[in-house]
Unconditional design. Structure first.
Length: 146
């Protein structure tokens, strides 16, 4: 019998994580379906003034933004579920090391181990802090002090 790629995780841990992913998938799908029904029921009326219409537009825009975020998260969930099925779940996509059960339990869609995630965040922080202006060729901190 071939060795599982995610052998560092117990079968019971994998089952718990998959159940958590499936429950989260179901929650998001049900929420998205209810939003569609609610949007159809609460279509904007014809007898609203400009302020009410603007308020409705803000609320719809906010709902759409949150829906888009949840749909992106749903894609990550489904990707994680497919990794569980292919036994690749729990492996860091950057370095190939194991991702701990505690990290996966806290964030079941994690695809980076804690070391690679910290490095990624550090690089992201440095690029936002020390980036250079393409037009001026100076660091952004120098440009902002001018």
């Amino acid at each position: 019998m071939a060795k599982r790629l995610n052998a560092h995780l117990k079968k019971t841990e994998i089952k718990k994580l998959k159940n958590k992913l499936l429950a989260e998938e179901e929650r998001i799908v049900n929420k998205q379906l209810s939003k569609k029904i609610e949007f159809k029921l609460n279509s904007p009326g014809e007898n609203k003034d400009d302020v009410d219409s603007a308020n409705d537009n803000i609320l719809v825009s906010t709902d759409l933004r949150f829906s888009n975020r949840e749909l992106l998260y749903l894609k990550k969930i489904r990707k994680a579920i497919s990794k569980v099925d292919s036994e690749e779940y729990g492996m860091c996509t950057e370095c190939g090391d194991n991702i701990s059960f505690s990290r996966l339990w806290a964030r079941p869609t994690s695809d980076l181990c804690i070391v690679c995630k910290e490095e990624s965040e550090r690089a992201e922080h440095q690029s936002s802090q020390g980036r250079t202006s393409k037009s001026l060729g100076q660091s952004m901190s120098l440009v902002s002090s001018i």
